[in-house]
Write a protein that binds this ligand. Structure first.
Ligand SMILES: Cc1ncc(COP(=O)(O)O)c(C=O)c1O
Length: 498
């Protein structure tokens, strides 16, 4: 390990979806920030950055993105690459020269989005092994190169570390601002003396109580370590390489994960009116279509498809295609014409309905969600489930939360009041948004949201930039407590200079 700073080169690359100023600037900003973060480099330690772009990106200089990352005086240079047959399209590369005490082998090179394919061995910022030091990567499944590591909302602790802020609010992951049900917290307390015992692998008590509430058979439930795990189990159960999975985008990224994990092909259509385009999906189904995900209401837009549209879709969809309704925000929905999907389970349709205890029940930290499906489907999924996939604490808390109607009601009321207030305040700021059936709002900033996101962070407010969803001019914000909503609006007004 060298103690004297030496000049080191950090390599990085990222791809963008479109040749627009917003996309290029935002990607270059992200890449620069990720290269700095991965190597814990401060602005003053950067000697210069050389950017190069593929010839199909001419809408902006990436250097502008690095300026947003705070490199106001660092020498930056942008150049265009010679077209090379077979090169990755719409790619920005960077060489950052830094004065660092890190050894050459400790440098973390950063490859993001499709650019991971350029250096799969360095994906996620892994250090490049020095020559002769265990270079060479064990052979891996090529299908995983299509998986972009999940980007969660920034944790409060991370922002505290990064910016030294103490007063931080997180409105980035659609958690319940009221916290967990007090009954769930009490149930957890009771569980503590028996933590040495394995959980009930069948989730017997919870299964019984939930089946009664949903009016389905207990055997029609599959519990998971979050509904995320149920989505993965759906992939493991049903998808083979070459199968097609149909979604609309932007949407929740775990559907793509499940498809890519199994080597299936993800086909995506645009949303219609910010919700899933059921007519478009019907037309797009072909003999290879194995599974269709319908995120309803959709994350990140908050829009929904109604019962009539879903009934009509299910009347026409080929029977062998598995239709998965993701209803993570079900308990927040107030629309009268929202579909009652449990009836399809009772009818024995090839349908799975996903719900979670992470949102209105306030148990995101414990990880528990579930799928409801007719017995013939549930039995298949149970084959891939790990023995004790849902921990004892999650089961106990979920059972108590399920019975705490008062907490659910209070959470819903707080959400509705906060939503109306935010709508009014956003309108006062001259901002459009998508009317939401969830506990978040998707806001049209009509400018690079990454920059606004960063300005919000500087004020201790964590929201979610739309870039992660391929919508670089949108921002998603979770509806918080009255105080949190006020603080968000004040911070947003400051960030926008209004
Ligand atoms: C649409 C959607 N589905 C599923 C999930 C995952 O929920 P869980 O915490 O149960 O894994 C989320 C979480 O944000 C979501 O937005």
């Amino acid at each position: 390990m060298l103690s004297l700073p030496m000049t080191r080169g950090i390599r990085g690359a990222i791809t963008v979806d479109e040749n627009t100023e917003a996309a290029i600037t935002s990607a270059a900003w992200r890449l620069t920030q990720a290269m700095m973060d991965a190597n814990q480099v401060e602005v003053e330690e950067i000697a210069c950055i050389i950017f190069s772009v593929t010839a199909d990106l001419d809408a902006a200089f990436p250097a502008a993105g690095a300026r947003i990352a705070g490199l106001t005086t660092t020498p930056l240079f942008s150049t265009r690459e010679i077209p090379v047959p077979g090169s990755l399209p719409r790619c920005i590369r960077a060489l950052m020269l830094v004065n660092s005490s890190l050894g050459q082998g400790e440098i973390q090179h950063v490859y993001l989005e499709e650019a991971v394919k350029l250096r799969p061995d360095l994906a996620c910022g892994q250090a490049e092994p020095e020559e002769g030091q265990g270079a060479g990567v064990p052979d891996y499944r090529k299908a995983i190169l299509d998986i972009a590591p999940y980007q969660p909302g920034k944790p409060i602790s991370e922002l505290r570390r990064e910016k030294g802020l103490t007063d931080i609010i997180k409105l980035a992951s659609n958690e319940n601002p009221l916290g967990p049900s007090p009954k769930a917290a009490a149930a957890l307390q009771c569980l503590l003396p028996s933590l040495h015992i394995y959980p009930d692998g069948s989730c017997f008590d919870l299964r019984k109580a939930l089946a009664k509430k949903l009016d389905i058979d207990p055997m029609e439930l599959i519990f998971g370590n979050g509904s995320d795990e149920v989505i993965k189990m759906l992939g493991l159960t049903f998808l083979e390489p070459g199968d097609e999975v149909l979604v609309c985008e932007p949407t929740f990224s775990e559907y793509a994960y499940a498809a890519n994990l199994m080597g299936a092909k993800l086909r995506s259509l645009p949303l219609a009116d910010y919700a899933f385009d059921l007519e478009g999906m019907l037309a797009a189904i072909n003999p290879k279509t194995k599974m269709v995900f319908i995120c309803n209401p959709n994350n990140p837009t908050g829009a929904y498809v109604n019962e009539k549209a879903v009934d009509s879709f299910l009347a026409k969809v080929p029977e062998q295609v598995l239709i998965v309704f993701d209803e993570a925000y079900y308990e927040y929905v107030t629309a009268d014409d929202y579909p009652e999907t449990m009836k399809y389970i009772r009818e024995g349709r090839n349908v799975v309905v996903l719900r979670t205890f992470s949102k209105i029940y306030g148990l995101a930290g414990l990880r528990i969600g579930y799928g409801a499906a007719p017995g013939h489907i549930a039995q298949l999924i149970h084959r891939v489930r790990e023995p004790f996939n849902v921990n004892a604490a999650a089961q106990a808390a979920a059972l108590a939360a399920l019975e705490d109607d008062e907490h659910v009601m209070r959470s819903r009321e707080l959400n509705e009041a906060g939503k109306s207030w935010l709508y009014r305040e956003l309108a006062k700021l001259g901002l459009d948004y998508v009317p939401s059936q969830t506990n978040f709002i998707f806001i049209d900033l009509q400018q690079d949201s990454q920059m606004i996101y960063e300005r919000l962070l500087n004020q201790g407010v964590i929201a979610r930039g739309g870039g992660a969803f391929g919508c670089p001019t949108w921002l998603r914000v979770t509806i918080g407590t009255e105080e949190e909503n006020q603080r968000f609006i004040e911070a947003l007004a400051t960030a926008l200079g209004r």
